[in-house]
Design a protein around this ligand. Structure first.
Ligand code: AMP
Length: 429
């Protein structure tokens, strides 16, 4: 099978790495990919995975490329092309592609849609409201004493959520999004949710239009600095499983959220085939969904795919075919930990082009994989080219040893200004 993967981050490196292990794959391209993806090899044919210089948002070029290379299956990593309708476009042209269509991708592309959907279908979420004028938004925020999350409706590079502790912060956040239009058209409407206290976990479910298969638990670390301090980032590290939800509680949470979600999709004629990734806060009143994502999490993918025992091509194919009901997801009993190494200054401004050393040494370590995110090749060197640079991932018998192994690998790798958290998975021990 000839496969195209769309995207360039750590999530896409993990997808490529896992797909390349499938005996179904004969050729694989990644658009645009990164320096680590370009080093992957297809296990069956020993052919290299080829990176193609087309961005994930350039839908016409992606389509033309897939047609030219007679790609048989396309896998979409990031949210943007989904929101732009890449799945609809490929399907209209008779190409097989994995990911939710544009209508289904609204769960991530519109927080207003998601909040309304959860309320219509009794999915446990935060008390919230939807606004397009600042005065009524501020009135609602006041009813919450300013303790709220103010969210731009549309996609805003993961920066569209402002968490507020008081009315001064809430007023500022509302003005920033609705009046100053910091996030442009993505902020022409906002959702305000009450601030929820509790542990935040990530759920993933693979869906095929009628079935949703729940993954094990995982937890991200959103803040830049140790002890959950500093600015919100795309995610500085993950671990799976988390001890804060046992298997019975996970299944119960799945039933509470996925059963009404699936029924709601049927009622509203939404054909969801792809990953549904709800962000959840475990409050003292039970789990609450704070948002839906319509794709794999990054860096959750890195810990999930190092634990997944199924053939990923077969799983994604079943998700497209609507045959997931006959498939059982199999997970290794290991724990997996991913530590993100980022450029100095991230999530603010940062320098690019810093040479990375020690990757070969880290690659020698057992049960460890260094997934690349913001990397590029410059001559015979691999250099930094983004905020999150690497996702150093280790999997072994338990969280403690997986954490030790991941940090041992991090110690082998150097680049100027490298920053990483030293407490990934610490809260689980
Ligand atoms: P989101 O993109 O909606 O997941 O929001 C980004 C981050 O803001 C989340 O990962 C949470 O840490 C935080 N957040 C969002 N909504 C809430 C809420 N209702 N209560 C508390 N924290 C929230």
């Amino acid at each position: 099978m000839r496969i195209l993967v769309i995207g360039s981050g750590g999530r896409e490196h993990a997808l490529v790495w896992k797909l390349a292990q499938s005996p179904h794959v004969t050729e694989m391209w990644c658009a645009p990919g990164n320096a680590g993806i370009a080093e992957e090899q297809i296990q069956k044919t020993e052919k290299p995975v080829q990176c193609v210089n087309i961005t994930a948002e350039d839908l016409p070029k992606l389509l033309a490329f897939a047609q030219e290379k007679k790609v048989q299956f396309t896998v979409v990593g990031p949210d943007n092309p989904l929101a732009l309708g890449v799945v609809d476009l490929f399907q209209k042209n008779g190409l097989r592609i994995w990911g939710p269509n544009q209508r289904a991708a609204q769960f991530e592309a519109s927080k207003v849609f998601s909040q309304g959907f959860m309320e219509r279908h009794g999915i446990p979420t935060a008390r919230g409201g939807t606004f397009d004028d600042a005065a009524s938004a501020k009135k609602f925020a006041e009813s919450l004493d300013g303790k709220c999350a103010v969210k731009a409706d549309g996609l805003a590079l993961g920066k569209g959520v402002l968490v507020c502790a008081n009315m001064a912060e809430a007023n500022k956040a509302i003005d920033e999004i609705l009046v100053s239009k910091t996030f442009g058209a993505a902020g022409s409407k906002i959702v305000i949710q009450e601030f929820l206290e509790g542990i935040e976990i990530s759920l993933h479910a693979l869906c095929d239009g009628k079935t949703a298969k729940l993954f094990p638990t995982s937890q991200d670390h959103k803040r830049a600095l140790d002890g959950d301090r500093g600015l919100n980032t795309g995610g500085m590290g993950t671990f799976s499983p988390t001890p804060f939800l046992d298997q019975a509680q996970l299944e119960q949470t799945g039933r509470l959220i996925l059963a009404p979600w699936l029924k709601g999709c049927m009622d509203e004629d939404i054909d969801y085939r792809g990953i549904l990734y709800p962000g959840i806060i475990l409050t003292k009143h039970g789990p609450r969904v704070i948002e839906f994502n319509a794709r794999f999490g990054d860096p959750e993918t890195q810990v999930y795919l190092t634990r997944l025992e199924n053939d990923l091509v077969e799983l994604l194919d079943a998700s497209v075919s609507g045959t997931l009901g006959r498939t059982e997801l199999k997970w290794s009993p290991t724990a997996s930990v991913c530590v993100v190494m980022a450029s100095g200054g991230y999530p603010g401004s940062y320098a690019k082009g810093k040479p990375i050393t020690g990757l070969d040494d880290a690659a020698q370590l057992p049960n460890t994989k260094v997934f690349h995110a913001g990397t590029a090749r410059a001559g015979d060197q691999i250099v930094t080219s983004g905020g999150r640079v690497l996702g150093v991932t280790s999997w072994t018998k338990d969280l403690k040893s997986a954490q030790a192994a991941a940090y041992a690998a991090v110690q082998k790798i150097q680049f100027e200004g490298a920053q990483f958290r030293r407490d990934i998975a610490a809260k689980a021990m």
